[in-house]
Structure formats: structure tokens, C-alpha cells
Design a protein around this ligand. Structure first.
Ligand code: NAP
Length: 506
């Protein structure tokens, strides 16, 4: 059993607020999800707020919960302006209010006589914390607690500049029982989620929204990623890209794993260098991953085998890691377009225009041409349009022809109109002569292009349909099971709706 118990107790909610009342609210909310809570006393704006909060804690604290008090000084990366004595004073007060643990920065320990905190009546159990907000330093081979029992656990929180940095921290967690690994920054986020399964005694999660890149809020840590339930047997999947922070793929895939009760998790990997991620695949136990910009083409040369269709498109968005560690690549954007359009249009024999000549335009053009459509390409760079039209046996359509020519369907495969540029459309109303307009963009769901089309009575298809279809196809490739499509759709549509509502409120 870990130092903090098992299961959910190993997810430590972080309560941090400037006012005592707000802090108490966060603690109450945290206790609905876990029973281990860190109290960031240094975040409270004054001694009066600290005193008021600790009075509340003494009166209202549930006895089964575990509280860690932290009053981190600025020197250690916290907000507390006071000196060492003042920090110790508040930790002593925290013990009197019922805190069983305290977090003590290494900078403070070094200032104490004999480098020991034991003669101070701080909470009985002490976590020694080391922070590096710049990099992951050279790490020891193992973490041995200082002799004479000055501390009960050691925490290293370090900025992961590379995925390999976070792997090094996790390796340490595997070897040391009384150790807490906190990879920081967006690159470190997957390792932060996997830390518990590697043996870290705790994983930290802010109660409310994340306040720094790489943090995962309590609700997501527990319900989306199920960090407390992951084991070495859990199958790990993910998406690699840069940027990757706003991807809805973790929601899509994890929802499906939960619905089908599969021991698997899907994580967002911010990948700047493909080699950095690929070297970590065995350490993380990754079994498959989605590939997004800017790695869709570059991944090809790392594959042992590639589906001929993906090779023809020249881009891979789905990778399977085989048992021998080799990589197999395919492209589900292709089926995403087909499955979506098939519901609305007899593709064979239809005349379809694709606006744009980039990666997704290529997948769409190939899919539609192979399904028997006559494909037209219109793009701002004539050369790119020509090349794509030629490769799929289609026609190049000059922009001016859009004013007069009729198509069964027009697809936008450019990013024009994507949030935050919601108000603009790649094509004008006078250029829309067709029965169906499909926008590959899914943020917002209803783009300006779709609005213009709807105004003219043209049927519209949102990019969210393609996003769902390509994701569902990925999930089925990895798991060889039928995907719970309704649950996946519900989760993604609800998230997009919530996002759009909050943007409107701003
Ligand atoms: P990409 O490879 O970068 O291609 C973008 C294309 O748009 C290029 O032809 C580019 O032309 C053109 N373009 C960009 N800005 C333009 C402008 N201001 N005027 C005219 N043309 C412009 O990107 P992609 O991967 O194909 O993605 C395109 C869009 O599809 C993105 O919004 C993406 O989010 C969306 N998408 C959605 C899904 C889904 O599942 N729904 C899947 C994949 C992609 P140049 O080459 O001249 O720059």
C-alpha cells in the first residue's frame, strides 16, 4: 500500500485560493472526489485569511480525510512572502487545525539547524519537496530518505522539456516507494497522469481549472483519465501533435474505453520532436496513437508497414504499435470523409469540389475519387491544386468558375473560419452553387460557411461528423471491437456546446 492509501486517496486535490471562504469551498468540492487534499496556505492573501481558513478547517474537517499543508515561500516557487520562521509558524498552526502532513521545500530544510524539522511541532509527517521550474535536473538512481527520519516522503516537481525528461522522472518513481513524481509543463502531462501506475505515492490535481500548463484538473484526472485505476497492464494510447492541448480526441477515446469497460487510457502528447516521443513508446507502453499536425507526413519514415491508401495520400493519422514494437500506419481521415458524405449523397457519379489542397484535402480527394466521384480542386496555389487534381484523376477548377458552376457537394479543406476567426468564410454566398456544403472545420460546429449555405437552403455537414467518424475508425482499429458511437458522439457534442457557450459568455 502506498503512503497515502490506495485508489482515489492517491489523487491529491490541490486547493489554492486567495480568500479563506473560497478556499473552504474548494476543499468541500475536493472532498466530493477524493479524501487527500493539499492546502496551499501560501496562496491565501494575508495572515488574517490564513487564520480564518484554519479556524474553519479545525471545525469542519472530516476526520477520514488527509490534509497536507503547504506554505511555500517565494524562494521555493510559492507565493508566501514571509521568511522561514513565519512559514514554520503556519505549518504548526496547520497541525493544530488537523493537518497530518506538511510539504517542506528543500530550501527551507537547508536553513534549519541540523537540516532537521523534527524539533518543530509541524504536522507529524513531512514531504520534502524539490522544485525546478526550468528543467528536469540530473536525477539520482534512487531516492533514499534522509537518515534519522527527518522526512517521510520526497517529491520532485520538475519541468519536462522533453518526453524523455518525464520518462526519467517516472523511472525514479518505479524504484522508490516514498517518492512523488510531478513532471511539469504540457510536455510532462501524460507522465503526470501515468505517475501513479509507475509507483508515485501521489498525483496532484487542482480542484478547479488548471492554473499552469500541464496540470490536469481533479475531475479530469479522476473521471477522464482514471489515473488512480491505471496499472502496468493498462493499454496506453494517445494523440501526438503540436499543438495538442485543445484536442477532443482524449475525450472521444476515453469515453469509449469507459463505456466498453476496457482497461485502456488515451493521453495527449505534446510532441515537438518525433524521435523524442518514439523513444518513449516502450517506457509508456503505448499501443497505438493518433497523429496530427505537424507529424502526419514525417511519421511515414518511421513505419515498418503502411496501408497502401495512406501511402497514396502521403499522410498517416493512425499508428498501431505491434507486439514486436514495430509501427503500422493508416489513414482514417479517408473513411471519415466517406462515411460522413455517404449519409447525404450518392457519391458515385457525383461532382464534388474540394476547396484547399493540403493534407485533409488530399485524403478527401482520394476517398471521393476512389468512390467514383468526379473531383474538382480549387486552391489558392494553382500548382498545388493541379498536382492534387492530377494525382486523383480529377479536374482543376479556377476560383472564378465557382460563380457559375454547379456541384453536388462542396467541401472546405482550409482552416479559414476556424475559431477564433469564426466570422469569416472561405467562400462567398455567390460561390455556393451546390446541394451540400461540408466544412472539415469542427470548431465552431457551425462555421460562417455553413451559415451562408443554410441561408441559401443548401444542406450542411459539420466537420464534427468527420472528426467522429475518423476517431471511431481509429478506436475500432486499435481495439478490434465495435465502438460505442452514441456515447462518443454525446461526449464530443456536449464538450463543443459547453465550449461555445463559454465563448459567448466572454
Ligand atoms: P493543411 O495541410 O495545412 O492544408 C490547408 C490548406 O488550406 C492548404 O491548401 C492551404 O493553402 C489552404 N489555406 C490555408 N489558408 C488559406 C487562405 N487564407 N486562403 C486560401 N487557402 C488557404 O491543413 P489540413 O490538415 O488539410 O487541415 C485543413 C482544415 O481541415 C483544418 O481546419 C483542420 O482542422 C480540418 N480538419 C478536420 C478534420 C476533421 O476530422 N474534421 C480532419 C483533418 C483536418 P497553402 O498550401 O497555399 O497554404
Amino acid at each position: 500500500m502506498s503512503l497515502f492509501g490506495t485508489g482515489l486517496r492517491r489523487i491529491c486535490a490541490v486547493a489554492a485560493a486567495s480568500a479563506a471562504a473560497e478556499m473552504a469551498k474548494l476543499v468541500r468540492s475536493a472532498l466530493r472526489q477524493t479524501s487527500t487534499v493539499e492546502l496551499r496556505l501560501d496562496w491565501l492573501s494575508s495572515d488574517a485569511e490564513r487564520a480564518q481558513f484554519l479556524r474553519w478547517l479545525r471545525k469542519c474537517r472530516p476526520h477520514k480525510a488527509t490534509f497536507l499543508a503547504t506554505c511555500r515561500r517565494r524562494e521555493g516557487g510559492g507565493k508566501f512572502a514571509g521568511g522561514v520562521d513565519h512559514e514554520l509558524y503556519w505549518l504548526i498552526q496547520a497541525r493544530e487545525a488537523g493537518c497530518q502532513w506538511c510539504d517542506l521545500e528543500v530550501e527551507t530544510l537547508h536553513k534549519l539547524p541540523g537540516h532537521s524539522v523534527r524539533e518543530y511541532p509541524v504536522p507529524p509527517r513531512v514531504m520534502l519537496s524539490v522544485h525546478d521550474f526550468e528543467r528536469t535536473p540530473d536525477l539520482p538512481r534512487g531516492v533514499n530518505l534522509p537518515a534519522h527520519g527527518e522526512v517521510d516522503a520526497v517529491k520532485i516537481a520538475a519541468e519536462a522539456r522533453t518526453i524523455q525528461d518525464s520518462v526519467r522522472l517516472l523511472r525514479l518513481a518505479r524504484k522508490s516507494k516514498s517518492f512523488v513524481a510531478v513532471p511539469m509543463g504540457e510536455v510532462g502531462l501524460p507522465a503526470r497522469i501515468l505517475a501513479l501506475r509507475e509507483g508515485s505515492a501521489l498525483a496532484y490535481a487542482p480542484v478547479a481549472a488548471a492554473t499552469a500548463p500541464g496540470q490536469v484538473c481533479l475531475d479530469e484526472m479522476k473521471n477522464l483519465y482514471r489515473a488512480h485505476a491505471l496499472t502496468r497492464g493498462t493499454r496506453v494510447y494517445g494523440v501526438i501533435g503540436d499543438p495538442v492541448g485543445h484536442s477532443l480526441s482524449p475525450l472521444l477515446h476515453n469515453t469509449a474505453f469507459v463505456a466498453r469497460r476496457l482497461d485502456a487510457v488515451y493521453l495527449p502528447f505534446l510532441v515537438r520532436q518525433l524521435g523524442d516521443f518514439l523513444a518513449a513508446v516502450p517506457d509508456f507502453g503505448v499501443r497505438g496513437f493518433s497523429v496530427t499536425l505537424p507529424h502526419k507526413q514525417a511519421i511515414l519514415k518511421h513505419l515498418k508497414e503502411c496501408e497502401p491508401l495512406a501511402a497514396a495520400i502521403g499522410a498517416v493519422n493512425t499508428v498501431v504499435v505491434r507486439n514486436d514494437g514495430s509501427l503500422y500506419g493508416c489513414n482514417t481521415d479517408y473513411v471519415g470523409v466517406l462515411r460522413t458524405l455517404k449519409k447525404k449523397l450518392q457519391i458515385k457519379g457525383s461532382r464534388t469540389l474540394i476547396f484547399g489542397a493540403g493534407g485533409s484535402a488530399r485524403a478527401a480527394a482520394l476517398a471521393l475519387a476512389r468512390a467514383g466521384a468526379i473531383v474538382g480542386i480549387c486552391a489558392r496555389r494553382e500548382e498545388a491544386a493541379k498536382e492534387l487534381a492530377r494525382s486523383v484523376g480529377g479536374e482543376i477548377v479556377p476560383r472564378r468558375a465557382l460563380r457559375t458552376e454547379f456541384f453536388d457537394a462542396i467541401l472546405n479543406a482550409t482552416p479559414i473560419g476556424m475559431h477564433p476567426h469564426d466570422g469569416i468564410s472561405p467562400l462567398s454566398s455567390g460561390e455556393l452553387h451546390c446541394r451540400i456544403v461540408m466544412d472539415l472545420i469542427y470548431r465552431p460546429q457551425r462555421t460562417q460557411l455553413l451559415r451562408l449555405a443554410a441561408k441559401k437552403g443548401i444542406a450542411t455537414v459539420s466537420g464534427v461528423e468527420m472528426f467522429l467518424a475518423q476517431g471511431i475508425a481509429q478506436w475500432e482499429i486499435w481495439t478490434e471491437k465495435r465502438a460505442p458511437e452514441a456515447a462518443m458522439r454525446r461526449a464530443v457534442l456536449a464538450a463543443l456546446r459547453a465550449e461555445e457557450n463559454s465563448q459567448q459568455r466572454r
